[in-house]
Design a binder for this molecule. Structure first.
Ligand SMILES: Nc1ncnc2c1ncn2[C@@H]1O[C@H](COP(=O)(O)OP(=O)(O)OP(=O)(O)O)[C@@H](O)[C@H]1O
Length: 228
């Protein structure tokens, strides 16, 4: 059996009296991609932050047995730097070969000219590609992505999806939240539908077809209505 990269057991998170993540169980193995789907406020980002220890979980346990990286929903970028300087800095602090910086920026298709400009001059899509390059740089075994396609146009989404699929085929594991069901269906093996902090249903994907995407949309709408 493929190694377990992430094991989450009965994880809960409470803000004041508000229980926003409720007893979530989750296992991700090498080469698996798991999607988190849910309406605004369902608890996806809080679950991700609790897994990463960025917020203290109220209950439960998390085991990560892999090198990992994280793309936040709203990355804070040092905009006076260029993407290349930022990636080179990451390589230095993580003891990665300097060539990994150029490689990651090639992978996300940020042009040679743009990667040398200060990020304050970037469009939203260029910033998102830079954030993705940061998450992919050094080829971590487990990559956690909170809304990775945010700000990308249709072609950009297709390019990034293809890149993530290649990494997955090579054994990288993913946990990804997104509102774009069609993207999620193309990459993921399983999708966890969340509503009011709880995983209401786990949907296994088989042929990654349009029909599976439509079925997922219907299930998401049903669960989200029940928890309004
Ligand atoms: N720092 C915080 N303090 C108090 N409540 C919070 C905090 N962060 C999030 N919440 C609450 O937790 C709940 C879940 O929020 P979360 O951001 O995890 O949802 P989400 O599913 O990621 O939503 P979206 O799709 O809009 O990004 C919401 O009710 C939100 O108001």
């Amino acid at each position: 059996m493929r190694p377990e990269y992430l094991a989450v057991n009965k994880l809960s998170k409470q803000y004041g009296n508000n229980l926003v993540v409720k007893e979530v169980d989750l296992v991700i193995r090498r080469g698996e991609a798991i999607g988190l789907l849910g309406a605004n406020g369902a608890g996806k980002s809080t679950l991700i932050k609790s897994i990463l220890g960025l917020v203290h979980s109220s209950q439960g346990s998390v085991e990560i047995n892999a090198s990992s990286s994280y793309l936040p929903e709203q990355p804070q970028m040092p905009i006076s730097l260029s993407a290349l300087s930022l990636l080179k800095f990451k390589c230095k602090t993580n003891r990665l070969p300097p060539s990994s910086a150029q490689q990651a920026l090639d992978d996300v298709q940020l042009s040679k000219q743009v990667r040398n400009q200060a990020m304050r001059e970037y469009s939203k899509g260029m910033r998102q590609r830079t954030s993705l390059a940061l998450a992919l740089c050094g080829e971590p075994q487990l990559i956690i992505l909170d809304e990775p396609m945010s700000g990308l146009d249709a072609l950009g989404r297709a390019e990034i999806l293809q890149l993530l699929q290649q990494r997955k085929s090579a054994g990288t594991a993913f946990l990804m939240s997104s509102h774009i069901v069609s993207d999620m269906v193309q990459l993921c093996d399983r999708v966890l539908i969340m509503a009011s902090g709880r995983v209401c249903e786990t949907v296994e994907l088989h042929d990654h077809s349009l029909e599976e995407a439509k079925d997922l949309e219907v299930r998401l709408a049903q669960w989200s209505h029940r928890h309004e």
